[in-house]
Design a protein around this ligand. Structure first.
Ligand code: ZN
Length: 777
């Protein structure tokens, strides 16, 4: 008897584990096609050759790296006879109204046979300053290039296909905004397909669509060889402030979809995003998708793609389900009806009692509460132990596997709680009570977040059927292989879909503890009858095993938390030249073995605030540096007029040394400040104070043209105004770089990397309202 129970328990554990593995294994991706593949197919081998060129070095907007990547793009597109042009325009950031820049987008077009509207493929060729950006977004760039090559080699599509390589995406979607505002080709776009990946090794997920996605998604499923997608991600991503080139197009009413590999978000925007960490398999999937969809949409009539929203998800590899949102409520009603039938039959067979149910419903809810509390404590302790080492401001030092440890621990607590309850209450009452919460959840989600409804509706329907089968078997369901088969078959849709969704959220959204615990609790609720079998066979070994596994994973991950060659620390050094040529070395990080050579007087640091583009006003550790007399930025008054009590000052701001960024700061109190650059409105008044330095307003301009930019400030006329111009270039001055040791292994530049900053101030004389005549210089 005991042996039979143990065997049944082992069967349950093995099958549940297998279902979880099916759920978290997204797609079997095809291997990369070799360089010598046929001309009209997408070859990741060929694309990797291009990626080695594009992602050889960081290419932030305005940098030499960006210029080299742009030249390479134009040359490739020229060779394909796609007549590329470089669109040069100013744009203001989508995220901050005080960041702007001059972008240089590369645009090319493959003319169609008989165009309706154009298919637009977009990827950004800029990267963050410290990353070679192989994944983000070198992969997208070479996907477009290789797709263009394969398309040109094959039969000509009906529609025009436009390839847009944007600049300045990382600084606020500057390129996409400039394209939409000014490029004449923007008006003929019928559908946009955006390729941009934070991750580098997983299959490429279609994670975002425009609203009214019914036709788009059906065409995706019809056109892409292995669509990987979920309307759960649509619901999640449209609620998140995700910054991608897709957003400005959606805002402009252009229908489309966004694709990306979402694994390893900790690597994104760090020096780890390089060729070494990039996987050609991911690129093959991205390219197969891009080429198939360019052809598919290339032959469709693109005049109107808006339809009703649909629910969509992958069941298993290659099999996607799509249905209209009008069916969401009928399906929930159906699933609830199945459950109700099972409950009715169970009552008839006297497997349930009202008293038992009235205890089991609150008891199952208590399981969730206990698990949430326990995990909050565990996570709090773990964070405290590895605080400051956990995330990417100091370095990427923690493996994403810690999340697996947390899932295992949550499962341990929940299984233990259920085993405790199963000793006191009947399994049938508990199983029905757990599904009662599923019914509530399914109805709520169907009404509030219809795109995510599949995640509860189909598991509930399956579990309802499983329950009905188990009820018909009666108590044999708890003692036989048939019972295991019926209950697990019923739970299978839920275990697979919930594991898959949890995995997606773990990878992409940095899953919160609450969601992890909730997902595990929901899955356990589908498995109450199998859990009874496990309890009888294994006693407390199941929760104990899960707890030990979770603890071991967390400890292993914890033991690798350290700054070493595998897990470098982020550290950067800046050379700042102040007003009268005085210069200083500065860092915003903790002084370490490398920065100590610039800042040797360890105990006598001077702390002070310094302004940095992107990072703003930061406390620095500083020490005098050799003066170099670099040419300071030019800040010149073009005109200064006062009408009534409003003063309008036009300033030309430029960097004679050709720095990549120029910033303008207003230090004085000015009333009702409004501003614009090259005629584009900027965000007005704001204040930040640090170490006694006050900045009332600031503004960064990336990739300024040699003649500079014209900034217009309007504010209440009054006392003298102190302005400061700061220009920033990547890297420390080459004259000095040779005198210091390079960064050792185990250290990498963080955020904006090393840099050189040169400052100059300008005082605008006091003006009394109305009395002063206009001055023009
Ligand atoms: Zn990107």
């Amino acid at each position: 008897m005991a042996v039979k129970n143990a065997l049944l328990a082992a069967l349950v554990v093995a099958l549940v584990a297998a279902l979880v593995v099916v759920g978290v294994t997204p797609l079997g991706v095809s291997p990369p096609a070799p360089e010598r593949s046929a001309a009209d197919v997408f070859s990741a081998g060929r694309a990797m050759l291009l990626l080695r060129e594009i992602a050889a070095a960081p290419r932030p907007i305005g940098s030499g790296g960006a210029a080299r990547a742009r030249d390479a793009l134009v040359a490739e597109l020229d060779a394909l006879h796609l007549t590329p042009h470089v669109q040069t325009a100013s744009a203001v950031s989508a995220q901050s109204g005080r960041v702007a820049g001059t972008v240089r987008n590369v645009v090319a077009r493959l003319p169609g046979r008989d165009p309706s509207r154009a298919v637009l493929l977009v990827a950004h060729y800029d990267s963050v300053p410290v990353a070679a950006g192989a994944a983000d977004d070198g992969g997208g760039v070479v996907t477009l290039l290789e797709t263009a090559r394969a398309l040109a080699a094959g039969p000509r599509p009906r529609n025009d296909v436009i390839f847009l390589f944007t600049d300045g995406e990382e600084r606020g979607l500057l390129g996409a905004r400039a394209f939409l505002r000014e490029d004449p080709w923007a008006y003929g776009v019928g559908v946009v397909l955006n390729f941009d990946s934070p991750g580098s090794s997983s299959p490429v997920l279609m994670y975002e669509t425009s609203a009214g996605n019914g036709l788009l998604v059906r065409e995706l499923v019809a056109g892409a060889p292995r669509p990987y997608t979920s309307s759960l991600m649509y619901e999640v991503s449209r609620r998140l402030p995700i910054a991608s080139d897709f957003r400005p197009f959606v805002a402009a009413g252009v229908p489309g979809m966004s694709f990306g590999a979402l694994d390893g978000p900790a690597f994104d925007h760090t020096a780890y995003d390089s060729l070494e960490s990039f996987h050609a398999r991911s690129l093959q999937h991205e390219g197969d998708t891009a080429l198939a969809l360019a052809r598919h949409f290339g032959d469709l009539d693109l005049w109107d793609l808006h339809r009703e929203d649909v629910v969509y998800f992958d069941v298993v590899d290659g099999l996607a389900v799509v249905y209209g949102q009008g069916l969401v409520l009928p399906f929930v009603a159906l699933a609830t009806a199945v459950f109700a039938v099972a409950v009715t039959v169970a009552f008839r067979r006297k497997l349930l009692s009202l008293r038992g149910l009235s205890l089991a419903v609150p008891a199952t809810a208590t399981v969730l509460g206990v698990a949430l509390l326990f995990m909050a404590v565990v996570w709090g302790m773990y964070r405290t132990a590895y605080e400051q080492r956990t995330w990417s401001t100091t370095g990427v030092v923690i493996s994403d596997f810690y999340r697996l440890g947390l899932v295992l621990l949550a499962a341990a607590v929940i299984v233990a709680a259920y085993e405790f309850l199963l000793r006191r209450l009947r399994p049938w009452d508990l199983a029905v009570a757990a599904l009662f919460w599923w019914v509530l959840g399914a109805v709520a989600v169907a009404v509030i977040v219809p795109g995510a409804s599949y995640l509860l509706t189909w598991p509930l329907a399956g579990a309802g059927l499983g329950l009905l089968g188990a009820v018909l078997l009666g108590d044999r369901a708890l003692h036989s292989v048939a019972g295991v088969a019926v209950t697990l078959a019923g739970a299978a849709p839920g275990v697979v879909l919930m594991s898959s969704a949890t995995y997606l959220l773990l990878m992409s959204a940095g899953l919160k503890q609450v969601v992890t615990v909730l997902a595990v609790w929901l899955v356990a609720g589908l498995l109450v009858l199998p859990l009874e079998i496990v309890r009888r066979g294994f006693r407390w070994w199941a929760p104990t095993g899960l707890a030990v596994a979770g603890a071991v994973v967390l400890m292993l991950v914890g033991s690798t938390v350290a700054f070493d060659v595998e897990h470098p620390r982020f550290t950067s050094i800046y050379y700042r030249q102040g007003e009268r040529g005085a210069a200083a070395w500065q860092t915003v990080d903790r002084v370490d073995g490398w920065t100590a050579q610039f800042l040797p007087d360890a105990p006598r640091y001077t702390f002070g605030a310094g302004y940095f583009p992107e990072m703003g006003l930061r406390t620095t550790v500083a020490q005098a540096a050799p003066p170099l007399r670099l040419p300071p930025p030019v800040l010149r008054v073009v005109s200064d007029t006062t009408m009534g009590d409003r003063r309008t000052v036009r300033l030309r701001l430029r960097s004679p040394r050709g720095a990549e960024v120029v910033s303008l700061l207003v230090h004085s109190v000015v009333g009702g400040l409004t501003a614009s650059v090259d005629g584009l409105p900027l965000q007005g008044s704001d204040t930040t104070i640090l170490d006694g330095t006050t900045v009332r307003w600031w503004f960064d301009y990336y990739a300024p043209p040699p003649a500079g930019v014209v900034v217009t400030l309007r504010f209440a006329a009054g006392p003298e105004v102190l302005l400061r111009a700061v220009d920033f270039s990547y890297g420390i001055p080459p004259q000095l770089a040779g005198q210091y040791a390079g960064r050792p292994p185990g250290m990498l530049p963080g955020r904006i990397g090393d840099g050189t900053l040169v400052e100059r101030t300008l005082r605008l004389p006091a003006v009394t309202a109305a009395a002063a005549p206009p001055i023009t210089r």
